[in-house]
Design a protein around this ligand. Sequence first.
Ligand code: SF4
Length: 277
Amino acid sequence: MGVMKDMTSDRAAAFAELVREAGELVEQAARARKRTLALSPEVAALLERVVGSAAAAPPVPERAGLEDVADLETLRGEVAGCRKCGLAESRTQTVFGAGNPHADLVFVGEAPGEHEDLQGVPFVGRAGGFLTDVIEKGLKMTREDVFICNVLKCRPPGNRDPQPNEKEACEPYLVRQLAVIKPKVICALGSHAAKMLLKTEGSVGQLRGKWHFYQGIPVRVTYHPSYIVRSEHEPDRHAADKRKVWDDIKEVIRVLNGEITPRPNSGGPAGGRDLSG
Ligand code: SF4
């Protein structure tokens, strides 16, 4: 940033000098009624510096494409009308996902619960409050900076586990969401998200503490917020599990900050027992 600033101020000073020199030349040429300007070697060098530095200036980063936003909205519409599995019968509405269509970080959870089903928004209620804390206090971001979605877009009755046929029917929507968003990091919340993304039967306890990859995108597995809030009546365990989530999020932050580039099986040993079911 400092180098950029120096380059910019240097170029501005050269440009100001060039304008002054050119003005004098024009005045001289006008007084002598000349139709052409002869540049002195000094002014020619100045011109070279200004034009050369303009050519060497770093390109302005491309803004994310509007068509990606449109793709995601088209998909949202498809999901809203989906009846590919039996959950269409019992849902109040689909819960597509929310947040930045160009997010660097995507959280993938399990399925909408009661509050999500009623509001059409992922991760509201107590579990949502915990995730919001993770995003705001841990990542120093907002929910609008990241994208939050689930493996299933409809609520299973009574918040039961997603069934294999439901996950199979709904998976293409998650695949397409991630293909459009192209995040730098995915955080899998709980075993259902981890299993779908990583095609593994490993538990959260086995999978967390190291980097995995989905389509080349680093994936960090951590406990589902619902699991964390359920252990509130066991303060020691609750505190220990929150620390583990924080450890996982710290690794996510390091990738987002460009401090590390994950490689398969890096990031230290998986820690903790699997209490997440
Ligand atoms: S859970 Fe997924 S596949 Fe099943 S009806 Fe809802 S959107 Fe469609």
